[in-house]
Design a protein around this ligand. Structure first.
Ligand code: GLO
Ligand code: MG
Length: 346
């Protein structure tokens, strides 16, 4: 069995994960693929080979009928499913959203897809289903009534939550992933705060099943600080899952290797996760760049994992007492320098 990346002294579940879509053919809005598309199920052994212990997939990548085969392949490769997710964005029927669509028939289809995805999540053995808002949003003002759209989200998540609860008890949890834009100009559930607000509006009996899947790059695209975003999830007891990657500021979604753009901030993030004893799975949401050749398609997973491991170990070595001391002395700049020393020093 191939070597797997692990994090020293990580509480709870160890081993790292990535999405099958992370090993895509390299298309972007301006040009077609630069590599041949690898059949989705063939990507599972590749993820294992790249040191992953977990995989993630959408319903259009591993549809319900392929799930039993995915289970077999995953098992043979010592891989587990970290999360499964209904796409709500790939099929043209959802071009103007699923749960928030103005057309009641499309909302119904979205709900059916979500329920089917709950069942497939169980078949795949994952404990988490992620919802990313995908096309839930608007490009033109007043194209949707925002207040109604929000109510539709509440209603949709209540129904999916109810379905999962009745059928599977508390076996499956849901993690909602915020993103401010792309593919829509404006997306509902744009940031962690909005997702937490939505959760606060859900029926009390399903509320405990819902949490957040923050993605570091999405906070960055929104111009927000991901350390604070994640601290807020932790404070709410809602950090159910996490997507790590990197981003060059506010521009199109890049899904760069974790640790690439803001290592100092990443170090601080890992201090936060360690101190909170984060026990869930850590997954990457990175995109093998268009310029990488097929034979090197998994480089981005190795680079992300190694960066994470280095930073994680440096974070373990950060003297928490020193942080307290700098806070007490009101020396924020000196604290920043201390952290830099932990990263760049010997
Ligand atoms: C896109 C999102 C997307 C989600 C995935 C899981 O920007 O990050 O990749 O993570 O659809 O629901
Ligand atoms: Mg993501």
């Amino acid at each position: 069995m191939s070597q797997r990346y692990t994090l020293k002294n990580k509480v709870g579940i160890n081993g790292l994960g990535a999405g099958v879509w992370n090993l895509g053919p390299g298309g972007d809005p301006f040009g077609g693929p630069t590599r041949e598309a690898i059949p989705v199920l063939d990507r599972l052994p590749m993820l294992a080979e790249a040191g992953m212990s977990f995989y993630e997939a959408h319903d259009h990548e591993i549809p319900a009928e392929d799930a039993p085969r995915a289970v077999k392949i995953a098992k043979a490769n010592g891989l587990k499913c970290a999360m499964y997710t209904p796409s709500f964005f790939a099929d043209p029927i959802f071009k103007d959203g699923g749960m928030t669509n103005n057309d009641a028939a499309i909302r119904k289809t979205a709900l059916e897809n979500a329920k089917r995805a709950v069942d497939t999540t169980v078949v795949l053995g994952a404990k988490t289903m992620v919802f990313w808002n995908g096309r839930e949003g608007f490009d033109f003002m007043l194209a949707k009534n925002g207040r109604d759209a929000f109510k539709r989200l509440v209603e949709g998540f209540n129904k999916v939550g109810q379905y999962a609860k009745e059928k599977y008890g508390s076996k499956i949890r849901f993690a909602l992933e915020p993103k401010p834009n792309e593919p829509r100009a404006n997306m509902y559930l744009a940031n962690v705060g909005e997702v937490l607000y939505l959760i606060s509006r859900l029926d009390e009996n399903v509320q405990p099943l819902f949490g957040v899947n923050p993605e570091t790059a999405h906070s960055r695209i929104a111009g927000l600080d991901y350390v604070w975003d994640i601290e807020l999830c932790l404070e709410a007891g809602k950090l159910f899952h996490i997507h790590l990657n990197a981003q060059d500021g506010q521009r199109y979604d890049q899904d760069l290797p974790f640790g690439y753009t803001e290592p100092l901030k990443d170090l601080a993030l890992l201090v936060v996760l360690q101190d909170a004893k984060y026990k869930e799975i850590i997954c990457f949401d990175v995109k093998a760049p268009r310029t990488d050749e097929q034979k090197n398609i998994a480089d981005i997973l190795h680079v992300s994992s190694k960066n994470l491991i280095w930073l994680w170990e440096r974070a373990l070595a950060v003297d928490r007492k020193k942080i307290e001391q700098f806070r007490a002395e009101k020396r924020a700049t000196a604290l920043a320098g201390y952290l830099a020393g932990c990263l760049y020093g010997k």
